[in-house]
Design a protein around this ligand. Structure first.
Ligand code: TYM
Length: 333
């Protein structure tokens, strides 16, 4: 069977980018025959940028409920909270001893923080934690622990998966073939879903559309998507249009072609926004209902996560014992 694995950081409310870039394709993949799926809540990763315990807990619940509402079948997949698998942190250490520091220096998130500091005339590492620097090693441990071959993610995560391959190859070279080398799986038409301002939709840009915003809020947000100032009747460009890209991620190719035709014919922005809102509402309304029902029963979500953790540890514990023995630590087997 092919192993597919992906995670979402539990530092905020899930948004349309997480859904189109990760949740939706991952659930579709989990239904294919011959696929074993590993989907988890990256709460260790959340601590890197979020030091509010209540927010981490709330986000964990919201993201778990989102996966389940979108159709994830916890009996069919491995669905767990990262921090319920302490073996992942132990593997992080084993990997950090083969991970090149120079490679980590080039990681986008770390480099962006350093560049910002340099630009501001500050110490390059001001406010940068070792956790941020180690982010890709922790992520490699997530992936390598479960021998994932395919990792469905948005384009922003590709570099991390390349790093995981690098660490795995280095470990295998030193200690024998223990790890499978993972590959990123990108969905081309949603690789980067734009946010309200046209930049990548991201918690850190504050430009997100929450996945399960109530209809009135969803509508308000859709109507605030940035457009140019072309008047009704004037031809609109699909190229570079956030509105068009958002529509495309939620429509069939036929609907998208029709929408492109309307752009060429000079559809008014208000009308185009209404069409996007309706498209989103049609797909999300039934899921939102399930989400709200789940959020009202947090105990049930907790039970599902604990069962998932037991199922994941059944694989992680013996594999970690194998790895410990391979590097020369006490053999727990
Ligand atoms: P995170 O929480 O930032 O995002 C979760 C997933 O959503 C995708 N995504 C997007 N896709 C399309 N358009 C967007 N605007 C957009 N914004 C976010 C991300 O690419 C990602 O797939 N480091 C990861 C979590 C993680 C992980 C892992 C992923 C931890 N360990 C192991 C895969 C494998 C992260 O912070 O994703």
């Amino acid at each position: 069977a092919t192993r597919v694995l992906t995670g979402i950081t539990t530092s905020g409310t899930p948004h349309l980018g997480n859904y189109a870039g990760a949740i939706r394709p991952a659930i579709a993949a989990s239904r294919r025959p011959g696929v074993q799926s590993f989907y988890f809540l990256a709460d260790y990763h959340a601590l890197i940028k979020c030091q509010e315990p209540a927010r981490v807990q709330r986000s964990t619940l919201e993201i778990a409920a989102s996966w389940l509402a979108c159709g994830l079948d916890p009996d069919r997949v491995w669905f767990y909270r990262q921090s319920d698998i302490p073996e992942i942190t132990e593997l992080t250490w084993l990997l950090s001893c083969v991970a090149g520091k120079g490679i980590l220096n080039r990681a986008h998130a770390y480099k962006a923080a350093v560049d910002r500091n340099v630009e501001a005339g500050e110490d390059p590492d001001a406010g940068v934690t070792a956790g941020l620097f180690m982010y890709p090693v922790l992520m490699a441990a997530d992936i390598l622990m479960f021998k994932a071959e395919s990792v469905p993610v948005g384009r922003d995560q590709v570099q991390h998966i390349e790093m995981a391959r690098d660490f795995a190859a280095r470990f295998n070279h030193l200690y024998g073939e223990h790890f499978v080398l993972p590959e990123a799986a990108i969905e081309e038409n949603v690789a980067t879903l734009p946010g309200l301002d046209g930049r990548k939709m991201s918690k850190s840009y504050d430009n997100t559309i929450p996945l399960f915003a109530p209809p009135a809020e969803l509508k308000k947000l859709v109507f605030s998507v940035l457009t140019d100032s072309r008047a009704p009747g004037e031809r609109k460009d699909t190229e570079g249009s956030a509105l068009f890209q958002l529509y495309q991620a939620f429509a069939t190719p036929e609907e998208t072609a029709e929408f492109a035709g309307a752009f060429a014919a000079g559809i008014a922005w208000g009308e185009a926004k209404q069409a996007l809102y309706e498209r989103l509402e049609a797909e999300l309304a039934p899921l939102r209902e399930k989400y709200e029902a789940l959020m009202a029963r947090p105990g049930e979500i907790e039970d599902i996560l604990r069962a998932g953790a037991a199922k994941a540890r059944a694989l992680a514990t013996p594999f970690l014992a194998e790895l410990r023995a391979a590097v020369g630590l006490r053999d727990l087997r």
